[in-house]
Design a protein around this ligand. Structure first.
Ligand code: PMP
Length: 354
């Protein structure tokens, strides 16, 4: 059955990746064991960690100043780990949406937070580039893609303090100068792998200046010393991320992936803009290429539209429960054909109801 998967996360993964992961659940590397049965201290798994680390650095063009960790607790745990490890007195945060706000809420438990810009008054439909970052702060935190409302930062500030970025919903989707960031984190369940693993990419030199008595799991240093196996990691999710990274490399790396993503997003935004029945509320400079949000201009047509797309095996188009409307998550692995199919449905809906 052909299904068009617009889920926001966990979400679509490349078919080849799912197939290979499924084979490895039965028989990993002809070992007679399932990937679910191997030891996290085996040579096979150490090899997976090494290859995954290598691929991330290669794809993002990062040198050995950076270290890569594979942790648990989602991006949510990073909201606390970051200030626990890196905040001495005060940090600057951008409040650009639900997840950014959650990061702020947690950071406030560890020190002072200065919100340098908040999009709240404009319902998070806009991200300013016009804010000042005082250089006496411990770090600056931002969220590159706001999954719920559907905005994306296109420009990152220049500053002398470390930039920390939650890239959970757009990592590996575009080219950027990744060296401008001192710490990047992303939970796996969108562009990377199955849920249950978080990638943390950090410049080694930002650590260890402040708190000493950090509990082991919350302490980046312990994870670095233990090569991400301080405790039993999510072996399957890390393995699957290795497969996805190989897929990204075989697709031609981030520049080609980015072109495909831009094409899919443009097609969909163009349709929303010209279709009489739909609207997108995001400032044009901040439209996300990963999560495309849209609303019916006339809410009373909701039932009819829902009936139409659901009948066609389109999955996950409902907007987030806080926002309503619709959200098409068009991550790396979503084929162009699925976007074109959704557009056909939107056109047909317009023909019938406008
Ligand atoms: N940040 C962003 C941008 C997200 O989209 C999400 C989850 N959708 C999170 C953080 C939280 O991730 P997790 O549920 O893995 O903790």
């Amino acid at each position: 059955m052909k299904v068009h998967n617009f889920n926001a996360g966990p979400s679509i993964l490349p078919k080849e990746v799912v197939k290979k992961a499924a084979q490895s659940v039965i028989n990993f590397n002809n070992s007679g064991l399932s990937i679910l049965e191997i030891s996290h201290r085996s040579i096979d798994f150490l090899d997976i960690i090494e290859k995954t680390t290598f691929l991330i650095k290669r794809i993002m063009n990062l040198d050995d100043d950076y270290t890569i960790l594979f942790l648990q607790g989602g991006a949510t745990l990073q909201f606390s780990m970051i200030p626990y490890n890196l905040m001495n007195q005060i940090a600057g945060y951008l409040d650009t949406g639900f997840w950014a706000y959650n990061a702020i809420k947690e950071a406030k438990k560890f020190g002072k937070v200065k919100v340098l810009f908040s999009g709240k008054e404009k319902n998070y439909t806009y991200i300013s580039t016009n804010y000042h970052i005082p250089c006496n702060m411990d770090y600056f935190h931002c969220t590159s893609n706001n999954t719920i409302v559907g905005t994306q930062m296109k420009i990152f500030p220049k500053t002398s303090i470390p930039i920390i970025c939650d890239m959970s919903s757009d990592i590996f989707s575009r080219t950027l100068d990744f060296c401008q960031f001192s710490l990047i984190y992303a939970s796996a369940q969108k562009n990377i792998s199955s849920a249950g693993m978080t990638i943390v990419i950090m410049k080694k030199n930002i650590l260890g200046k402040f708190r000493k008595n950090i509990p082991s799991y919350m302490n980046y240093k312990t994870h670095i010393q233990n090569n991400s196996i301080l405790n039993t990691p999510n072996v399957f999710s890390i393995y699957t991320s290795m497969l996805t990274l190989k897929w990204i490399k075989n697709q031609g790396g981030l520049s080609l992936i980015e072109k495909k993503n831009q094409k899919k997003a443009k097609l969909l935004y163009d349709e929303i803009d010209q279709n009489n029945l739909f609207e997108n509320k995001i400032h044009k400079n901040n439209r996300s290429n990963m999560n495309v949000s849209f609303f019916l201009k006339e809410k009373n047509l909701e039932k009819e539209f829902n009936k139409m797309w659901k009948k066609e095996n389109i999955i996950g188009l409902e907007g987030h429960r806080y926002l309503g409307g619709y959200r098409a998550s068009i991550y790396n692995a979503l084929p162009l054909k699925s976007v074109q199919f959704l557009i056909e449905i939107m056109k047909e809906f317009e023909r019938k109801f406008s």
